[in-house]
Structure formats: structure tokens, C-alpha cells
Write a protein that binds this ligand. Structure first.
Ligand SMILES: [Zn+2]
Length: 295
């Protein structure tokens, strides 16, 4: 199918950040053929008039849990720890695959409606999320979550491995599968080492929550005598391609480590403010050359 978008204001987001006014785009079978001026020979099956509209590349949501769309407006106005441990986790204990399927469908619809064409997610029943990605045409980096709670560590490990091996590169290459150890406070050092080894064996990446709350940092200092960032660096986790969500409470030494190991930091301002966790030092991270994405 050939599509012609006409008369748009185009934000190219190319190296020069060019903005093209009253410009056209030619798309042939899902691939961009021309941006700016389109040859008169291009015979479109469909013409879209984008007068007074902006066209830009798809947005990427680099850290989300889309099935949690079902929990919207549940457990509001609580700080992080009671929200997570007293409300969300007990509710998640009752989730079924079917809940996750419907939550993922709702979440993907909302992403597409917001202009997001790629997302990175970590959750339970990820086969359901992967099936929704396959069906919808969106792209995703999906991680089976790993937790060491209620003696379920080995079960989550097996599920995460199976998930990776079943889905990596699937849906015409639109799905990347990572490993998703939840955090350094819900996964012990040995478990994180094992996860890193499994990810390295498969030449894939790791998606983890990191330095999200003050308490995480205080507990880490008390238990290990070092910050969560230093702890993960010492375990060798950053030897894998790493996406670290939040990084709100990071010191200048932590920022050095994140930069040195080329860790990708995901800034999640809405979540951080909803749960009163604070605001990540985005400016300092960018100045040090850390790649910062939005989630
Ligand atoms: Zn998260």
C-alpha cells in the first residue's frame, strides 16, 4: 500500500533537527520513500491531508508496566512503599493471565493513541503482552520479571528464560526480549549474578528499577555498605546492556559509574511525583553524557 501524507509540518528529528513546513511524506509498504518533496510519479493508494498538523517520528516509552492500566486510580495518594507492598503487590497476587491480556490491550491502545510506537515493559504473564504486541503492530522490548519473593525465585527465573527464548526476535523482529530483575531490594546478589549470566549467555539486555526511593538507598547502604548503583556495578550487572528505570537518588559517584558503564537511564517523572519519590538529576546525568530516556 502506498500512502502520501500532504501539507504537514514535519519534525524530522534528524541530525540537524530540521523542521519542514508544508511538506509531504511518501510511504511504500510501511517504508518511508521520501520526506519533504515527493516525486509526482508516486502514485498513492491513500492520500492524507495533514494541513495544520505536525508529523514526527513515533515516541518511545522506555519504562512502563502496561497491564497496570487496570490499576489506574487504585491506591492513589500513598507514598511508594505502602503503595507497592500494602496495595499493589497484594492486588497483583490475584492477577490472572486473562487480566494481563486485557490490561495489555488497553495499555497498547493508549500508547498508540499517544503517538508511542515502541515501549519497554516488565511484568507478569509476559506471553500475554507479547501476543498483544504481535497482534497490534507496535514494537516492544519485553522482560519477564524476576523476583525473589515467597520462594518463587527459581520459578520466575525459568519463566523469564522461557519467555526470552520463545519471543526474542519474534513478531517480524518487532519484539526484543530482555531479562527483568525487579530491583536490587527484591533480588539478592546471587540471583542478580545468575540473571546477568543468563542474559549474557543470550547476548541480551537487562531492565531493572534502580535508586527509585530514598529508602532503597538507605537500606542498600545499611545492608551492603554501598549505594544501589555501586552494588549492581560490583555484581557485574552493567556488563550487560542495561536499562535502569528511575535513578532518582543517585550521587555524583553513582552518575560517574552509570556513565562509565554506558547504562541507559529511564526518567519517569510522572511515577516519581505520584509516589513522592522525588525528581531524577536529569541535567547532571545528561551533562555527564548518560543516555536518558523517558518512561
Ligand atoms: Zn516500574
Amino acid at each position: 500500500m502506498k500512502i502520501l501524507i500532504k501539507n504537514a509540518l514535519i519534525l524530522t528529528v534528524n541530525q540537524q533537527n530540521e523542521v519542514l513546513g508544508n511538506a509531504d511524506i511518501a510511504i511504500d509498504n510501511g517504508c518511508l520513500q521520501a520526506i519533504g518533496k515527493v516525486s509526482d510519479n508516486f502514485e498513492a493508494d491513500k492520500v492524507l491531508d495533514a494541513t495544520k498538523q505536525i508529523v514526527l517520528p513515533g515516541l518511545v516509552n522506555a519504562h512502563t508496566h502496561i497491564p497496570m492500566a487496570l490499576f489506574r486510580n487504585y491506591a492513589d495518594d500513598l507514598p511508594f512503599w505502602p503503595w507497592l507492598l500494602e496495595k499493589i503487590k497484594p492486588a497483583e497476587d490475584h492477577l490472572s493471565a486473562e487480566h494481563v491480556c486485557w490490561g495489555a490491550k488497553l495499555g497498547v491502545l493508549e500508547l498508540i493513541q499517544s503517538g508511542v510506537t515502541c515501549f519497554s515493559d516488565m511484568y507478569f504473564y509476559m506471553d500475554e503482552v507479547a501476543n498483544v504486541v504481535k497482534e497490534s503492530g507496535i514494537r516492544a522490548c519485553l522482560s519477564g520479571v524476576l523476583l525473589e519473593v515467597d520462594d518463587l525465585g527459581p520459578t520466575f527465573m525459568k519463566e523469564a528464560i522461557d519467555f526470552h527464548d520463545s519471543w526474542h526476535g519474534k513478531a517480524d523482529g518487532r519484539i526484543n526480549a530482555f531479562f527483568g530483575p525487579h530491583s536490587m531490594y527484591l533480588c539478592g546478589p546471587e540471583y542478580l549474578r545468575e540473571t546477568t549470566a543468563e542474559a549474557r549467555k543470550r547476548k541480551t539486555g537487562i531492565h531493572i528499577h534502580l535508586a527509585e526511593s530514598r529508602q532503597e538507598v538507605a537500606d542498600s547502604n545499611e545492608k551492603y555498605g554501598k549505594s544501589p548503583v555501586q552494588h549492581l556495578a560490583d555484581l557485574g550487572l552493567f556488563e550487560c546492556l542495561t536499562a535502569a528505570a528511575h535513578c532518582v537518588h543517585v550521587s555524583s559517584e553513582d552518575i560517574e559509574l552509570l556513565a562509565k558503564h554506558k547504562v541507559n537511564v529511564i526518567n519517569n517523572p510522572t511515577s516519581n511525583m505520584k509516589l513522592a519519590n522525588g525528581f531524577a538529576p536529569v541535567d547532571a546525568l545528561l551533562k555527564r553524557g548518560v543516555n536518558v530516556a523517558l518512561g
